[in-house]
Design a protein around this ligand. Structure first.
Ligand code: SAH
Length: 236
């Protein structure tokens, strides 16, 4: 009997310890949203809620979890990075997502941006050119219970014809030009955001809107992303 009581007590202790651990990350996440996102001008309630909900620490290596809520990018393997939280929030807000929207992401990476989009939109389709990253993001997103995200391994330059057209498109790698297939797969009145410019130095965060088959571009400040690979690097 005594043994049983002791073991129940230990299980309880472990349970409290686990809860306490998660609580620390939740606190950090609240602080990140308040200090690095809200204070820097992001006001869309849906974006703030999404950033509060997604457990960013579970999308990086165990030894980087302590740094997951600092406002900078982190390595995710194969020389790639998970973008800094503020930039994720800024790009998501610019897309003005509605709960009925269908979104295409190019550059799944860790799956973090896809999860943030999936918290707001109806369906997220994400393409990743590195097979290992595509399969580990697919696994993480499944474990986290996201049922409205599809991840495909391939070159995002060509988009995802099967599910087009999209209300919104986001490229999370630096492109030296706008891939024409993606413009085609963007709905009328759709929004498309990408870091456009040099793939070696800085890019201009560019928001494209499509109206009556014409596109307009709004520049939103300079950013630095890892380069987009594949067809985009060949001549147009
Ligand atoms: N959105 C990611 C971070 C993106 S890092 C996150 O939230 O973690 C950029 C990613 O784009 C890398 O994983 C890289 O492999 C991928 N990528 C680069 N070129 C690509 C292409 N042509 N198609 C699809 N993915 C691409």
């Amino acid at each position: 009997m005594k043994k049983k009581v002791i073991s129940v007590f230990f299980v309880f202790l472990i349970f409290c310890f686990c809860l306490g651990g998660e609580d620390i990350y939740l606190k950090k996440r609240h602080q990140m949203v308040r200090v690095d996102i809200e204070r820097r001008g992001i006001t869309d309630r849906n974006v703030l809620r999404a950033m509060l909900n997604v457990p960013r620490h579970l999308m990086v290596d165990k030894d980087l979890r302590g740094k997951a809520y600092a406002d900078h990018p982190l390595p995710i393997g194969e020389g790639q990075t998970i973008s800094q939280p503020y930039v994720v929030a800024l790009m998501t807000e610019a897309l003005q997502l509605k709960s009925t929207d269908r979104v295409l992401e190019i550059g799944t990476g860790s799956g973090y941006q896809a999860a943030v989009l999936a918290e707001i939109a109806d369906q997220v389709y994400s393409i990743e050119i590195r097979e290992n990253l595509a399969s580990s993001a697919r696994k993480t997103l499944k474990q986290l219970g996201y049922k409205n995200i599809k991840v495909k391994y391939g070159d995002g330059y060509y988009g995802w014809e099967e599910y087009a057209p999209f209300d919104a498109i986001i490229i999370t790698a630096a492109a030296n030009h706008i891939p024409p297939p993606l413009i085609k797969q963007l709905k009328e009145e759709g929004r498309f955001i990408l870091p456009l410019g040099s793939t070696v130095y800085y890019q201009m965060l560019s928001l494209i809107t499509k109206k009556k088959e014409k596109i307009s571009i709004k520049q939103m400040g300079s950013v630095r992303f890892v380069p987009m690979m594949g067809k985009v690097r060949k001549k147009k």
